[in-house]
Design a protein around this ligand. Structure first.
Ligand SMILES: Cc1ncc(COP(=O)(O)O)c(C=O)c1O
Length: 412
């Protein structure tokens, strides 16, 4: 028998650990940033794909549709108008680059600015995808505590002062200011102004990740930090993943040319998927404004179902703030619950949750917390999934001390 070829001796040092094989979604999946399948605007996307392909399909013969490395021009023009209207950002199509999901934006910003041993400041609870990237790059990642209104500016000022005292200039302040992931807060305008003042004073740019900004229950948002900046020291990224569909893999970067030109030099994929860009531009220009309020109304209802189910199944054992928008609920369970362990047992019972330590720089703080995505499961799956989670949690950790149906039976 021929021995299987062994690649192991050829692998360079420093590779990340190998990926696990995909085993499918759990029956009750509260993980990831997935969207509501019922809310993907299918009819509109079908019409758009037909219209745009009939009109411009032959341009697919040319890399980047002959619109250059920054992406399909009508999509950048749509974004330019949308960002002005919604976020107060003045950016022309030339100030915007379309990327393969905002994850590619994170990579491009990081590879432009960061070297091993650098320091960055992030929100103490933050996006796991950002934390993983930073740890892989060997970057010193410092969490700044949050309160109900997002990153605390007193804590940011203290960290910046401390680092200056040690002769260290952090490379950026990474923030998700508008519907923070995972806490769901919105950074008020005054704090945005203060963050900009500190950024200017300490010479540390702001990296603004605004991918949930369309999903606000009341539709009101402060201007983007990018829009308020006077010195150009902000990089802004966004995405169509949360407003239309994550599988399309379309995000964008708005940045001063000095940074953009560096990032473009690192974007070596010969352009992000063109068909997705074409369809989005065709769909969004006439429909985006009407689609978003419908989407957020549906998401809000799912959040209500989740909060209700947690109340019924966990009682006071599950604590949470009502998020201002988005697709996540950040839940605190009793101190004795270790969500890394709960995650394993729940998974075996068909319930997938995101354990808190993966979403914070302070692992002890995250120990009894979990992030639940409510957008993807149906209302029925949310109820059944939370009931199943409560059962596992009670079995493993003794909390909640009674689950809803047991109490009801006892009362009857
Ligand atoms: C804060 C944040 N940034 C970026 C991303 C990446 O999104 P995408 O690459 O789908 O645009 C996510 C996804 O959940 C996120 O939560």
């Amino acid at each position: 028998m021929t021995a299987a070829f062994d690649f192991a001796p050829l692998l360079p040092a420093g590779l990340p650990p190998p990926a696990a094989k995909w085993t499918g979604l759990s029956k009750y999946s509260f993980v990831g940033g997935n969207n509501d399948p019922e809310q993907v605007p299918l009819d509109g996307l079908i019409e758009s794909v037909n219209a745009v392909l009939r009109r411009e399909g032959r341009n697919l013969a040319t890399y980047g549709l002959a619109h250059g490395p920054q992406g399909y021009l009508p999509l950048r023009q749509f974004l330019s108008a949308k960002l002005k209207r919604d976020a107060g950002i003045s950016a022309s199509a030339d100030d915007i680059t379309i990327v393969s999901g905002s994850l590619q934006a994170l990579d491009l910003v990081n590879h432009t600015l960061l070297a091993r041993g650098d320091t960055v400041l992030v929100e103490q609870e933050t996006y796991q995808g950002a934390l993983n990237r930073l740890s892989r790059l060997g970057v010193n990642t410092i969490g700044i505590p949050l309160d109900g209104e997002g990153m605390r500016m007193d804590a940011l000022a203290a960290a910046l002062t401390e680092f200056r005292g040690r002769g260290i200039r952090p490379k950026y302040i990474y923030t998700i200011p508008t519907v923070q992931n995972p806490t769901g807060s919105i950074l008020p305008e005054a704090r945005r102004a203060e963050m900009l003042r500190l950024s200017q004073q300490y010479g540390v740019p702001i990296f603004e990740d605004d991918c949930y900004a369309d999903l606000i229950w009341d539709g009101n948002r402060p201007p983007a930090i990018y829009a308020m900046a006077k010195n150009g020291g902000v990089i802004h990224i966004g995405s169509f993943s949360k407003s239309i569909a994550p599988a399309l893999r379309v995000g964008f970067i708005v940045a001063p040319w000095e940074m953009m030109s560096r990032m473009l030099a690192l974007k070596t994929d010969a352009g992000s998927g063109a068909l997705e860009q074409m369809v989005l531009a065709e769909y969004c220009a006439p429909h985006f404004e009407k689609h978003v309020p419908k989407l957020t109304r549906g998401l809000r209802k799912k959040l209500d179902t989740l909060m209700e189910a947690l109340g019924e199944q966990f009682g006071t054992a599950a604590e949470f703030e009502d998020p201002k928008g988005g697709i996540f609920l950040w839940v605190k369970l009793p101190d004795n619950v270790d969500t890394l362990k709960l995650y394993q047992s729940a998974l075996a019972a068909g319930v997938a949750i995101n354990p808190g330590p993966e979403w914070t720089t302070d692992k002890a703080y995250g120990k009894s917390r979990t992030r639940l995505c409510f957008a993807n499961p149906s209302h029925e799956a949310i109820r059944a999934g939370v009931a199943a989670l409560a059962e596992v949690c009670r079995r493993e950790f003794g909390v909640p001390d009674r689950i809803a149906n047991v109490q009801q039976q006892a009362r009857a």
